[in-house]
Design a protein around this ligand. Sequence first.
Ligand SMILES: C[S@@+](CC[C@H](N)C(=O)[O-])C[C@H]1O[C@@H](n2cnc3c(N)ncnc32)[C@H](O)[C@@H]1O
Length: 299
Amino acid sequence: MIVPRKALQQNTVASHYDDLDQFYRDIWGEHVHHGLWLTGRENPQQAVEQLVVHVAQRAAVAQGDRVCDVGCGYGGTSRILAHEYGAEVTALTISPAQHKYASEKEPDQSNPVYLLRDWCENQLPPASFDVVISIESSEHMPDKAAFFAEVSRVLRPGGRFVVCAWLARSGARAWEIDHLLEPICREGRLPGMGTAEEYHQFARDAGLNPTGFDDLSRQVKRTWPLCAWRMIKGLIREPAYRRFLFVEKSPDRIFALTVFRIWMAYRTGSMQYGILTALKPAEIEAGCSPVAYNALRGS
Ligand SMILES: C[S@@+](CC[C@H](N)C(=O)[O-])C[C@H]1O[C@@H](n2cnc3c(N)ncnc32)[C@H](O)[C@@H]1O
């Protein structure tokens, strides 16, 4: 596990997303995650939506499934799962700015339901979801074992889990850690970046059976030159970008530099983009009471 030299303070992740709210929306849009280029001919919007479709297929999301989207950002993925797949989606973020944006997108607020809540203290009823997904949020959780334990707890027996995560190459060399991986964790507000092997072990320790893993680095890495280019364009055109970067003293402005480090980390193979699927064994006998589940969704 790669960890920042100095432990991150509490609330650092939420304030990172709140401080960079405008930039994330300008540069990434409603999907704060990598794009997936399968043919190489997709435009950036098609590529980000394709990643969501890929996750939905891996999770076999079907009409009426109760889906929990852990670390939902602006809710782009949750809305696709609710409106195009007919899932009943509960989505959590710890960023008040993201929660406000996502909630305002859903006028009657019935599906998806957005919760402003820390995943590791989610208070959701046990065994209440058919599917749990996490697209690029586990990296931000200080206690990965607790992250997986909560996934296992809220899944019904037989439930499916899909996690997309930024991963460190196992056996990364000292220069990769010093110049790429550790600074990416520190500047990107990641309390820990695991390896693929560690993610498998966390899943097993939480009582989940890993059923598949793919390294999608090659298909997603085009995200970073694109982000870098959008940022450079923003700096040229937008006084607000220049003010934020050069005048205001936000500790999160360093992320402008991190974008280039991440780009490099993919090129050197120091960082990987993994998608892990796992099942909660069906023989575990536990059910969520419908009363508890409906109370959570306010119905
Ligand atoms: C890189 S963004 C991904 C957002 C979203 N999954 C998407 O694909 O657009 C990371 C997300 O994880 C959320 N997050 C980080 N730590 C969290 C925690 N402890 N509990 C809930 N959400 C968390 C952040 O608020 C943010 O929404």
